[in-house]
Design a binder for this molecule. Structure first.
Ligand SMILES: *Cc1c(COP(=O)(O)O)cnc(C)c1O
Length: 389
């Protein structure tokens, strides 16, 4: 029985408990100091290849177990943990860029990543350019001799356009430029980044992998060992440690990752389909609908969708009215970090977050949690009533 379904793999994984203490959970190891059995062992220590433990920052049995399991979900070889999703993004940037280098970022990128790119451009001598996420193979014309990294995100944050990742990766590969993917939306479950050509898959474990709205953590997954070593050097130089208890919380929730993801997906499609029928809503931005930019790539490359989507209100409603709508929601709470059991709703001012934004209506993002979708629809329906007052 070699090939198991992803759901079974999440439960029956490679963790081997210590002799004489067989149990399902991996233990939580707290350590800064790691002891060597003699000076020779200390002098010959290797922090890079996981053949031994050397220092708390460089890994413990708990973090190595989590890294191995995250890598296996995405069919990667290597994984590095970072203290947040944004820290994982920063670690990739600092590992692969140097002053004089150039980086391409999609215009619909997670906004703090845009902010970081602009900072590296302003103070660190890196050229950061933002490209149209729907550019596909056309990215070939943007690649310069000093381009060191191309970021992708699928779908893009908030406005939800789905890029043609294989086309971008083909063009990048011709020029030998690594492609990093922010794969947080799919949790590494609904989109296989490596199969579609990316070199680096980055996850904000803060979202679905944690699932509890209680952990901040990020991961960088690779198949290529040389690339992994470069990012690992940045991991070491920057001191990117994660807490043992937090690592355990993520490990604890991984067996239910796929089931939770599917429940978020089904509920989000139910709620978004209902929203599509409402006169107050001009557009539903969800990759599973044919009018979402890049829907055809989602259909071709993805096996599902998450709980996150956005809507654009009819332009008859101003910001004050849509804010009142959000304030009137009872089950939906107002907050940013999605992927937990609770439904959330956030308004976005898109000007400034995009090079060009032409939609006139207000944009509101929904995160569909694990509540009964019929209750969520009823909640939205009563809140929409305030728009008529
Ligand atoms: C939340 C998020 C991040 C950052 O994760 P943090 O752990 O909050 O830093 C990065 N990318 C995407 C797409 C996200 O949604």
């Amino acid at each position: 029985m070699d090939k198991k379904s992803p759901q079974t793999e999440l439960i029956h994984h490679g963790y081997v408990p210590p002799d004489g203490f067989a149990a399902f959970p991996a233990p939580i190891h707290h350590a800064s100091t790691v002891l060597f059995k003699n000076v020779a062992a200390m002098r010959s220590r290797n922090w890079q290849d996981k053949s031994a433990y050397t220092y708390g920052l460089h890994g413990t049995p708990t973090t190595f177990t989590l890294e191995a399991r995250l890598a296996s979900i995405e069919h990667g070889e290597h994984c590095l943990l970072a203290p947040s999703g944004l820290a994982a993004i920063a670690m990739i940037n600092l590992a692969l860029l140097k002053s004089g280098g150039d980086m391409l970022i999609p215009d619909n990128v997670y906004n703090p990543s845009r902010e970081l790119g602009n900072w590296l451009a302003k103070d660190y001598g890196i050229s950061t350019r933002f490209y149209d996420p729907m550019i596909g193979e056309g990215i070939r014309d943007l690649i310069q001799s000093n381009t060191r990294l191309i970021w992708t995100e699928a779908p893009g944050s908030v406005s939800m356009e789905v890029p043609d990742i294989p086309a971008i990766c083909r063009a990048a590969r011709e020029r030998g430029v690594p492609v990093a993917l922010d794969n947080t939306w799919s949790a590494g479950i609904a989109f296989d980044g490596f199969e579609h050509g990316v070199d680096i898959s980055m996850q904000a474990l803060t979202k679905y992998q944690s699932g509890g709205s209680d952990v901040l953590m990020g991961a960088v997954i690779t198949q290529n060992t040389e690339l992994h070593r470069r990012i690992e050097l940045a991991h070491m130089r920057l001191g990117m440690g994660v807490g043992a208890d937090d690592a355990y919380l993520v490990l604890r929730n991984l067996p239910t990752l796929n089931l939770r993801f599917q429940a978020h997906d089904v509920a989000a499609r139910t709620v978004s389909a209902w929203l599509k029928t409402r006169p107050e809503i001009a557009k539903v931005l969800h990759p599973a609908f044919p009018d979402c930019p890049g829907h055809e790539f989602w259909k071709r490359d993805f096996t599902g969708a998450g709980g996150l989507f956005s809507v654009i209100f009819n332009e008859a409603y101003n910001e004050e009215q849509t804010d009142r709508f959000i304030d009137s929601l009872q089950l939906f709470k107002i907050g940013f970090s999605w992927g937990g059991a609770h439904s959330l709703c956030v308004p976005y001012r898109m000007q400034g977050m995009r090079t060009r934004w032409t939609e006139k209506g207000q944009l509101v993002r929904f995160n569909i949690g694990l509540e009964d979708p019929m209750d969520l629809i009823a909640d939205i329906e009563q809140a929409l009533a305030v728009l008529r007052i």
